[in-house]
Design a binder for this molecule. Structure first.
Ligand SMILES: Cc1ncc(COP(=O)(O)O)c(C=O)c1O
Length: 386
């Protein structure tokens, strides 16, 4: 058995990030400034978008994106229950209602047919989440959005880099939101980015992300800046610091190398776990186009004598950090009680919840780490065989 606990996730940081942060600190400019601008420009090039706005979380990015398309009280936004609360909480922040559409049982991505069933005259936007880093069916979702004249806001917290039929996620819808949280494929500690090709949306979000102050207010403490500004709206405080952007600039340069490592780990898991009774591996259409932020197996209760919770406990007892993505939103007390939802209202998300386990997958893992995970999953499944 593995001697030391393997964390479920960990960032991979090198001297490049440290040097860039030190450079930022020595410059004396800590908050939003040149490094943030550079990070935004390089991110635009990376995903092939016209405008990028760096913010302090993906949650902030989602909030700004929904505000920019005009989501407000009494509106509905269609999203998946198979996500993190941030995706739906920002809809609530705007006084609107998150309307869930069930996920596909195999990919756990939102099902376009389920979206269609939820569209009403109050629907204001569609908010798909690229679960685990695998692209949703954006052709079908885009067609629905066009037919009903709805904007699409993509939650790409897991999806860097992700391809949808050869096109980078970030260049496919009105708005796409990324996360640089500490465990994400590219990190700034905390951080996010929202990208768009539309000038009007970019301008609105730039205004709202920093107090609703007139343009370039961040320069007001420099010689080129001016003390004078105007408040055009009651904005938020969502700007990214240059310290965080410094980390992001160097992380982004490594994004493809990180991705190759994640893909290699996924390949090893596939090979090492393919024949394990009671364990179903992720269903993936395009292996290389998948960001592999998560590697989620599904357990078959008919073939295992223990439930998902016990399976997780036994892996942790073997020093393997694992997790569950996600506890579907509709069973959390807030959403359940507010909207009177029952587990079976979203049968695929609910059934998946009782079966899913996320295995560790990150660039810092060694081949031995990967081998230990495979051995542990095989052992636990063998011991639990019916
Ligand atoms: C699907 C999804 N959306 C949004 C978020 C929020 O990201 P952040 O922590 O950068 O606000 C997360 C975070 O884990 C997530 O998994």
């Amino acid at each position: 058995m593995r001697g030391e606990f393997l964390p479920f996730a960990a960032p991979l940081l090198g001297d490049e990030e440290i040097d860039e942060v030190v450079h930022c600190l020595r410059s004396g400019w800590l908050t939003t400034g040149r490094k943030t601008k550079q990070f935004e420009q390089e991110f635009c090039e990376f995903v092939g978008a016209k405008h990028a706005l760096a913010v302090n979380s993906c949650t902030a990015a989602l909030h700004l994106a929904l505000e920019a398309v005009g989501v407000g009280p009494a509106d509905e936004v269609i999203t998946t229950p198979m996500t993190f609360t941030a995706t739906a909480a920002v809809i609530e922040h705007l006084g609107a209602r998150p309307v869930f559409a069930d996920c596909d049982a195999a990919t756990l991505n939102i099902d376009p047919a389920a979206i269609e069933r939820q569209i009403t005259p109050r629907t204001k936007a569609i908010l798909p989440v690229h679960f685990a880093g695998q692209a949703c069916d954006m052709n079908a979702i885009g067609a629905l959005a066009r037919a009903h004249e709805l904007p699409v806001i993509e939650d790409a917290a897991h999806a860097l880099p992700t391809l949808h039929r050869g096109r980078k996620v970030g260049a496919t819808s009105e708005l796409t939101c990324f996360s640089f949280y500490a465990t994400k494929n590219v990190t700034t500690g905390e951080g996010g980015m929202v990208v768009t090709d539309r000038e009007d949306l970019a301008e609105r979000m730039r205004l709202m992300h920093l107090h609703g102050m007139s343009r370039d207010a961040w320069k007001r403490y420099t010689q080129n800046g001016s003390w004078s500004y105007e408040i055009l709206a009651p904005g938020f405080k969502y700007n990214l610091t240059d310290i965080a952007a410094a980390i992001g600039i160097q992380q982004l340069k490594k994004a493809h190398a990180f991705h190759r490592r994640r893909l290699a780990i996924a390949d090893r898991y596939d090979a090492g776990l393919a024949d394990v009774p009671g364990v179903t591996l992720p269903r993936v259409a395009d292996r290389e186009g998948h960001a592999w932020h998560l590697y989620v197996i599904q357990l078959d209760p008919a073939r295992l004598a223990i439930d998902r919770a016990a399976f997780v406990d036994r892996l942790i007892a073997r020093n393997i950090g694992v997790s569950v993505h996600f506890i579907p939103l509709h069973v959390h007390p807030y959403y359940r009680d507010r909207y009177g939802l029952r587990p079976d209202d979203y049968p695929n998300a609910w059934a998946a919840y009782e079966r899913i386990v996320s295995l560790p997958i990150y660039a810092k893992m060694t081949d031995d780490d990967v081998r230990h995970v495979i051995e542990a999953v095989r052992d636990v499944a063998r011991e639990a065989r019916r």
